[in-house]
Every structure is written in structure tokens, then in C-alpha cells.
Design a protein around this ligand. Sequence first.
Ligand SMILES: Nc1ncnc2c1ncn2[C@@H]1O[C@H](COP(=O)(O)OP(=O)(O)O)[C@@H](O)[C@H]1O
Ligand SMILES: [Mg+2]
Length: 214
Amino acid sequence: MLEQLDFLENRVIRVGAEAVIKEISWKGLRLVAKHRVPKRYRTAEIDERVRRSRTLHEAKILWHLSENGQPVPLVLFIDLANSIIYMQFLEGVELRSHQSPLRYAERLGEIVASMHSMDVVHGDLTLANILAGEDTGLWLVDFGLSAFNADLEEKAVDIHLLERSAASAFPDKSREFMHLFLRGYSRVVGREKTSEILEKVKEIRSRGRYVVRG
Ligand SMILES: Nc1ncnc2c1ncn2[C@@H]1O[C@H](COP(=O)(O)OP(=O)(O)O)[C@@H](O)[C@H]1O
Ligand SMILES: [Mg+2]
């Protein structure tokens, strides 16, 4: 597969715990290769199975979301034998290091709400996995922990994680960020569903405190 692709490696974007992210050029297109690298702490056979199934899962969710008009990178190829996804390169800045994150909060709320309406959850909704482009353009990446057929609790976990991520990235603006986020969210799913999910978020928050104290 790699030979056939005939690509040029431009740079390594990130070496994460699970994957290496590279920017590559292929036929004049800018792509990202997300390679889930072997982990020695698992036996080779299990390791291969885990990487392959996560790669396939992420690609499936990305396809499903793209098909439904959600702002996620388009998948061009998957190389299952090596656990690599080749996808569209997105020009953007991670929201956690953006100068004006508040500008994007309301739009983010709409996007997450519309994904939740499809019963899909992101599973790792931190500001590192949200890329901000020009104007109010936003993209979501990193769907390795996402889920289809998600329930209320899983949706609330998305919001809880986002809240914690915002609180650590920009503590002085995170309240306003979440306020705007929820305005966008409730515009899509309505006030009733929004209050229902906020009740759940509260519950998760208090469980977290209990764990910390205990
Ligand atoms: N399609 C993409 N276009 C541009 N940057 C990307 C793309 N996918 C991932 N990135 C960048 O690489 C980082 C790590 O990718 P991610 O999929 O989140 O892997 P990890 O599992 O290591 O967190 C992201 O936070 C983002 O900054
Ligand atoms: Mg990530």
C-alpha cells in the first residue's frame, strides 16, 4: 500500500501515546497519515488486532460523519495491514492554543449537538482534538474513542471532558466558553434535551469530586 501511494513525507506533526501523525504530499494533495504504532507491552498478535480494530473503527466513524455533513477530515485510504489512516490535511490551530477560543464556542456547540443527535459521541472531546480554521470554521479530529449508538451518559461525558479541558487551557474564559457552547448546543437539540444532559453532567462532576476526596 505504501509503495503504491508514492507519497512524500513532509513533517511529523505529533508523536502521541498511540499514534504518529505525519503530514504528507500525495499527487499534489496535502494529507495526514495517522499511524498507530506497535506497542511492545502487548503480545504481537493482540497488539496487531487492537491497532487494526481501532483504525477501522476510527475510519468508519469518520466516513459516517463526513457522509452526514459533519466537519471531520475526509478519509482517502486506510492501510489496515499497517494501521494507517490517510486523511485530508486540515489547516487549523488546536483550540487549546488559539488566541480567541470564545469566537468558536457557539459553533462548536452546534456541531457537537448535531453529532449527538446522530447518537455519535466523540469520546475524547478535548481542545487538542478541535481544530480552528479561518472565520468560525471548526473541525473535529481523533475519533479513536468515539462510539455509535451513544446514550445520554456518554454524551454528557463529552461535555464534561470539554469543560475540564477548557478550564485547564484558559481558566479565566472557560465559564463564558461553556455558556456560549451550550447556547449553540441548545439551538440544535432544544432546551429540554440540553437541561437533561446538563443534569447528567452535574452528576458526573459530583462523582468525580467524590472519587478525588475518597
Ligand atoms: N487531519 C488532520 N489535519 C491536520 N492536523 C491533524 C489532523 N489530524 C490530527 N491532526 C493534529 O495531530 C494531533 C494528534 O492527532 P490525533 O488524531 O488527535 O492523535 P492522538 O491520538 O495522538 O491524540 C491533533 O491534535 C491535531 O493537532
Ligand atoms: Mg488527540
